[in-house]
Each structure stands twice: as structure tokens, then as C-alpha cells.
Design a protein around this ligand. Structure first.
Ligand code: CP3
Length: 355
């Protein structure tokens, strides 16, 4: 499967190589703001069923690429497929977000976790990767992803999205060795998972650490960053004769950018609470940066969106090493034309930063 890549801007930017313009994609680019996504999800029956049907997952992955001149596709799936396959039973309750039938509270719960086989229990994900690569036919690269072990563990312990993270933080302080044993299991499965995605055709991988920022500086290092370090060290970094870049994204991780760059990853996702000029000054030429338009800017008019895009491009400044993105996922209420205005502004305004 060594189809020539027609557009490699995204991969070049992640390696800080020169590009003609700043590449752009959006976190959650296949999602509820698109009517065609909602129609395919209805056809599948539910979000989980959509994830588990490779042909439909491929269809929704490609939908935003039909609308916009995006420079990357991202596998349509979820970070919670991993704990689901480890035996916790993922489901979504109407508009309530993710839930698990079983949670992790004790050492016996950790011991009872399954070690899923990537080509059986998680085969539907690998089939989606293979199908998407075939259908993309080299148009743009495909991003694979996982959650960070810490972020995935928050869902496994809390049983869903949480406000105070009382259970996992109680565990962190009362029974740190129990939490480490859970993180150890999740890390091993996550590494298998990402490596299977690369073997199936993922051309870059991104690790989403959505909840790293609820930790203290010290516990961020021991309970989140150390496990992401193991992922950076263990993930396949080359395939099909090309580098497979690794992007780490801790939402709210501004205080820890230097430490994240020290893992040896290729790029950092940055949210809108950190200025890109400051981030760039701090990490220097060690990593590329991806971000960081406030997703709420997309509620504004196309004229305002264009000006805000210009400010993000200006904050990174001239030269390679920037991938334009939102600072977090696109909101479901955003009008598709407003996402289009953002992408168009990047296409039109960014060449000036690469001359
Ligand atoms: O970016 C993409 O287009 C790829 C698909 C993708 C999804 N989830 C699809 C999805 C990716 C990369 C994710 C990652 C993910 N999932 C994260 C990390 C990134 C982040 O957003 O912080 C997290 C924390 C999850 C867990 C998760 N999945 C939650 C908390 C929710 C409910 C909240 C919400 O936004 O509704 C989901 C559901 C989910 N995952 C949806 C999509 C498109 C919406 C479900 C639906 O269509 O009904």
C-alpha cells in the first residue's frame, strides 16, 4: 500500500520542513455540526454502532474533506474504544456523554481487565483505517489516535465524564500504586493499539490528554506525562518509507510545554489559553506546534473569523513548524459555513508566512 501522497503539507509541517502554506485540519472535523454526519449516524443507529461499522466510519471520515480543502483526515473513532475492548462496556445515554457498565475501583477490577487483540476485539478500528486509506487514495495523510493513559483512566474510574474527578483523584492520593497498575495496563494496550493503527495505514498519530490539566505539576509528571513518554518511546516512528510523526496534546497543558517537548515527540497540540509566539519561544526548534484558534470564534461572523485566523497565523509567525487547528474540538452548534470561512482564511492568508 505505498500510494504516493498527493498532499504532504501536514506531514512536512510536523517535521518542521518548508511548506507553501500552513496545513489545516480540525479536531472533531467529522462530527455533529455536519448534517451529513448526523444522517450517517442515524443510519448506523448510534454513535457506538457508527464507530463499529468500518464502511460508515470511513464515510464520515471523508465527509469534511468533500466540503473543505483540509490537509489531513482523522480516523473516525473514539478514545474510549480501548477501555470498551478491555471489558468495561461503553455506551452513550442520549446526550449524556459516554458511560461504562463497569468501572475500576479495586486491584481485582484491574486484574479482571482483558488484554484485547488488535485484529479481533479492535479489528473494526483497523478495518476502518484500511478502508479509509484505500478510499483516500493518497489525497491527504490519515491521522490515527488514542487517549493518553491518564485521560482514558479517568473515564474507567469515574464511569464517564466527571466534574470533580473525585474517584480517580481519591485513588491517586490514597492508593497511588493501584492507579499506577491501571495506567500500566492501559499504556500497554494503548501502545499495541497505536502500533496496530500504524501497521494498518495511519500516517501520523496523536495522543489526546484531555484531562492532564486537572493534575498538579508533580502529579502531571508521574501520572500523565511519564506514561505518554512510554508511548513516544514505543510507538512505530516510521512506515512506508516515511516518518510517522507523534503529536502530544494536553488540553490546558501550557505550563508543561517544555517537559512535553522533552519526550522526543514531533509536535505539540496547543489550546487557546497559550499564545503561540510564547509557546514557540519556549520549545524552540525541538517540536512543531498545532493549534490554537478558540473554537468559540466560529460562533462569530466570517469577517471576524478571518481576522482571528490572521492573528493566530501572526502569533506563530514566519517559517515552518505550524499546523493550523482549533484549540479543541469543533462545537456541534457551529454553522458549517463558518468552519469553511476559517479554512478558507488559512488557505488565503498563510502563504505570506512561508515566503
Ligand atoms: O476528531 C475527529 O473528527 C475524530 C473523531 C474523534 C471523536 N472523539 C469522535 C466523537 C476523536 C479524535 C475523539 C477523541 C475523544 N473522545 C476525546 C479526546 C479529545 C477531546 O475531545 O478532548 C475524548 C475525551 C473522547 C470521549 C468522548 N467521546 C466524549 C467525552 C464524548 C461526548 C462529548 C461530546 O462531544 O459529545 C464523545 C462522543 C464523540 N466522540 C462524538 C464524536 C463525533 C459525539 C457523539 C455523537 O455523535 O453523538
Amino acid at each position: 500500500m505505498t500510494v504516493e501522497l498527493k498532499n504532504d503539507r501536514f506531514l512536512r509541517a510536523l517535521s518542521r520542513q518548508p511548506v507553501d502554506r500552513t496545513p489545516v485540519w480540525m479536531m472533531r472535523q467529522a462530527g455533529r455540526y455536519l448534517p451529513e454526519y448526523r444522517a450517517t449516524r442515524a443510519q448506523a443507529g448510534s454513535f457506538v454502532k457508527l464507530c463499529k461499522a468500518p464502511d460508515l466510519a470511513c464515510e464520515v471520515t471523508l465527509q469534511p474533506l468533500e466540503r473543505y480543502p483540509l490537509d489531513a483526515a482523522i480516523l473516525f473513532s473514539d478514545i474510549l474504544t480501548v477501555p470498551d475492548a478491555m471489558g468495561l462496556g461503553l455506551y452513550f445515554e442520549g446526550g449524556e456523554g459516554p458511560r461504562f457498565e463497569r468501572t475500576i475501583q479495586t486491584a481485582a477490577d484491574v486484574a479482571a481487565l482483558a488484554t484485547p487483540d488488535m485484529e479481533s476485539e479492535l479489528r473494526y478500528v483497523m478495518d476502518a483505517v484500511r478502508t479509509i486509506r484505500r478510499e483516500l487514495d493518497g489525497r491527504v495523510p490519515l491521522i490515527g489516535f488514542s487517549g493518553s493513559p491518564w485521560t482514558v483512566a479517568t473515564y474507567m474510574v469515574e464511569g464517564g465524564t466527571s466534574k470533580n474527578f473525585s474517584r480517580i483523584k481519591g485513588m491517586l492520593y490514597d492508593k497511588p500504586e493501584l492507579l499506577h497498575s491501571l495506567l500500566e495496563r492501559v499504556t500497554r494496550t494503548t501502545l499495541d493499539y497505536l502500533n496496530a493503527q500504524v501497521a494498518a495505514g495511519a500516517q501520523a498519530v496523536m495522543v489526546f490528554d484531555t484531562w492532564g490539566s486537572i493534575l498538579t505539576p508533580k502529579t502531571y509528571h508521574t501520572f500523565s506525562l511519564d506514561y505518554m513518554q512510554r508511548i513516544v518511546d514505543g510507538v512505530t516512528r516510521e512506515a512506508e518509507g516515511r516518518k510517522v510523526p507523534v503529536v502530544l496534546f494536553t488540553k490546558g497543558g501550557g505550563p508543561w510545554l517544555e517537559a512535553m517537548a522533552d519526550t522526543g515527540c514531533d509536535a505539540l497540540g496547543v489550546d487557546w489559553t497559550t499564545d503561540l509566539a510564547e509557546a514557540r519561544a519556549r520549545v524552540g526548534d525541538r517540536v512543531a506546534l498545532q493549534g490554537n484558534l478558540d473554537p468559540a470564534v466560529l460562533y462569530a461572523s466570517p469577517e471576524v473569523i478571518r481576522e482571528e485566523v490572521r492573528q493566530v497565523l501572526e502569533s506563530f509567525g514566519h517559517g515552518p513548524g505550524h499546523v493550523f487547528n482549533l484549540g479543541h474540538g469543533i462545537h456541534p452548534e457551529v454553522k458549517p459555513e463558518h468552519a469553511g470561512a476559517m479554512i478558507e482564511a488559512v488557505v488565503e492568508l498563510s502563504p505570506a508566512y512561508h515566503r
